[in-house]
Design a protein around this ligand. Structure first.
Ligand code: RB5
Length: 148
């Protein structure tokens, strides 16, 4: 069973709960890393949690949601081995898996509606990394990370 780590800040609590239930109904196992409180909180905390869970293989993939998706994806992407993408439509989500082997999907609860969030999530989860020349390019990204 594919396990998905999910994290969010206060702006995205409602969207997170709906996406979590949506994923569970589809048969995914969900590791909810919070926040589950509506009080204002700091998105880097939850981005890091999602990134670390995926990097440590506690989950296969991660989904991170904040107001824009940007801050939480930046935080998740600071964890070694994490490749994030912020998506507002399904095409980018799909190609980010197929070409970039993205392992954390981010989107903004203040940017897109819940139906678009579901479509993006489906497109991302249903796509597969294509390898080949794309593997070489992902390896180039990894090399940059290792040189830091
Ligand atoms: C919170 O106000 C907001 O800054 C956060 O949700 C996110 O959009 C940051 O990138």
């Amino acid at each position: 069973m594919v396990k998905i780590a999910i994290g969010n800040d206060h702006t995205a609590l409602e969207m997170k709960c709906i996406i979590k239930e949506y994923l569970e109904q589809k048969g995914y196992q969900v590791l909810d890393l919070g926040t589950n409180a509506s009080e204002s909180c700091d998105y880097p905390v939850y981005g890091e949690k999602v990134g670390r869970a995926v990097a440590a293989k506690e989950a296969d993939l991660g989904i991170a949601i904040c107001g824009t998706g940007v801050g939480i994806s930046l935080a998740a992407g600071k964890v070694k081995g994490i490749r994030t993408c912020v998506c507002s439509e399904p095409y980018t989500a799909k190609l980010s898996r197929m070409h970039n082997d993205s392992n954390v999907l981010a989107f903004g609860a203040r940017v897109i509606g819940i139906e678009m969030a579901k479509m993006i999530t489906d497109a991302w989860l249903e796509a597969e990394f294509q390898g080949g020349r794309h593997q070489r390019r992902v390896d180039m990204i990894r090399k940059i990370e290792e040189q830091e």
